[in-house]
Write a protein that binds this ligand. Structure first.
Ligand code: AMP
Ligand code: ZN
Length: 464
């Protein structure tokens, strides 16, 4: 298996630390609002990655966090806590907000057929461990105190910025906002003090004063707690490369002298017109409920995500979405037909296609080509229907389009009776009458196909 590793900026062979076991951490949502389709694209990419690992017989221990405190409105440690801000706006408690949007998030994952992580972990459940990590960093001389918190001194770590592209190093720090009193523009908060005179809902005592942990510290602690250090794979969207993941790596390296994870995989953005990313701060978000309200099956959005490589931006439009919905519908119709045919499996062809498929998914997740291969299988006249069906179901272990759940809708009694009568006419060689009946059946939205086992009835189209 080969993946593009942001750490080396190369496609590398994947070698896990422990034989056939893989430790994987994916940065989870900040639960202050519904996940938008951009966020969900990243979670779909991570789900595909996990399915590819499992397809290769790896046992994946997957940890996903819930950021329920500490993510500020600016990634540069300024601004308000996103959850506290939303709580004020909705006149609810911060815990209620976090709980509500966590539930909504989990529901979205289910609707998109994204597999659950092995462990869910909330940032607020690991505060003690986070304080311990900051104490360790303090002991090793990587921290300093200013008026609003305890900060990490990035100038003390020679390897800081490992994930950055080389040219970034020249303009070091140009990307982050300046915060008053910070020693270096790239320094980041480990512990923020509760602002004077403000009673935060989420705050804890610490050796430095009442406050809350920094977002980058949370992920280091939660990943190491369940996976140890180093672990195999860390993922997120590309926006996490320059700040969040850079700062996770820095803390782990300063505290333990080790790289946090060996492989860093990042998914590109979902974009809209003029290459603008979908984002809450851009004010252009679309959520899964919006699609459902418009009659779109969430799996049609999943299908759309499969059509583009995870390292390429994906353009979102209602046209692209309805094309995906149509493709999915066509696919379900094909599956339904294949499902009802029985014929021999010629092992050779099956294995040939399976090998091709494996090569594609194992080469940095070439899912768009794997999807094209699936259509090629369906259209291939040289292989039997049973073989096609078996292959497509096998491929769907990666695509996750629920092809094994495609079911024939109930055929109304009236149609069944018409088919039986048509059969009778056919046996009596009354072809004209039989043909007339077939037309009538079609007008009512059904198709009859004469197979070796007798007539099969299908709906003209399947709603997805
Ligand atoms: P957040 O809840 O803001 O931490 O984001 C959750 C995940 O979505 C992160 O991995 C982000 O990198 C990712 N993300 C944010 N915006 C987009 C987008 N427009 N397209 C794809 N992924 C995104
Ligand atoms: Zn994270």
């Amino acid at each position: 298996m080969k993946f593009y590793n942001t750490l080396s900026r190369k496609i590398e062979n994947f070698k896990p630390i422990k034989d056939k076991k893989v430790g994987m951490y994916t940065c989870g949502p900040t639960v202050y609002y519904y996940a938008h389709l951009g966020n969900l694209r990243t979670y779909i990419f991570e789900d595909i990655l996990k399915r590819v690992l499992e397809y290769n017989n790896y046992k994946v221990k997957h940890i996903m966090n819930i950021t329920d405190v500490g993510h500020l409105t600016s990634d540069a440690d300024t601004g308000e806590d996103k959850i506290e801000k939303q709580a004020k706006k909705q006149k609810k408690s911060a815990y209620q907000i976090a709980e509500f949007y966590t539930k909504a998030f989990k529901k979205d994952l289910e609707r998109l057929n994204i597999k659950k992580p092995t462990v869910w972990v909330k940032a607020t459940r690991t505060i003690k461990e986070q304080i311990k990590l900051i104490q360790l960093l303090e002991k090793k001389g990587f921290t300093y105190r200013i008026s609003d918190g305890i900060y990490f001194d990035t100038s003390r770590l020679k390897t800081y910025g490992r994930l950055w592209p080389k040219k970034m190093k020249l303009k070091e720090g140009a990307r982050v906002e300046k915060v008053k009193d910070k020693k270096n523009p790239t320094d980041f908060a480990l512990w923020k003090f509760s602002p004077k005179g403000v009673k935060r809902q989420m705050e804890w005592n610490s050796p430095w004063g009442k406050g809350f942990p920094g977002w980058h510290t949370e992920c280091v602690v939660m990943s190491i707690k369940y996976l140890g250090i180093p672990f195999d794979i860390h993922c997120g969207g590309v926006d996490h490369i320059l700040i969040h993941h850079t700062n996770e790596i820095a803390q782990a390296e300063a505290a333990y002298g080790k790289i946090l994870a060996n492989y860093w995989l990042h998914g590109e953005f979902l974009i809209l017109k003029k290459k603008k990313r979908m984002g809450k701060s851009e004010g252009n978000v679309v959520i899964l409920d919006d699609l459902i309200k418009n009659g779109i099956n969430p799996l049609a959005y999943r299908y759309l995500c499969l059509t583009s490589h995870y390292r390429s931006p994906l353009f979102f439009s209602s046209k692209a979405l309805s094309a995906s919905q149509n493709a999915l519908k066509k696919l379900y119709e094909k599956i339904l037909k294949l499902k009802h045919q029985t014929s021999n499996i010629k092992h050779q062809t099956f294995v040939k296609y399976q090998k091709k498929f494996l090569k594609l998914i194992n080469t940095d997740l070439n899912i768009p080509k794997a999807l094209a291969l699936m259509w090629k299988v369906i259209e291939d006249k040289k292989i039997s229907d049973s073989e096609k069906y078996a292959l497509v179901l096998d491929f769907d272990k990666i695509f996750g389009l629920k092809l094994n759940k495609v079911k024939k809708p109930k055929i109304p009694l009236e149609i069944k009776k018409m088919v039986l009568l048509r059969e009778k006419y056919r046996k009596q060689k009354q072809w004209e009458k039989a043909d007339k009946l077939r037309k009538k059946i079609e007008e009512k939205g059904y198709k009859v196909e004469d197979t070796q086992k007798g007539p099969e009835i299908f709906p003209q189209s399947i709603s997805v």
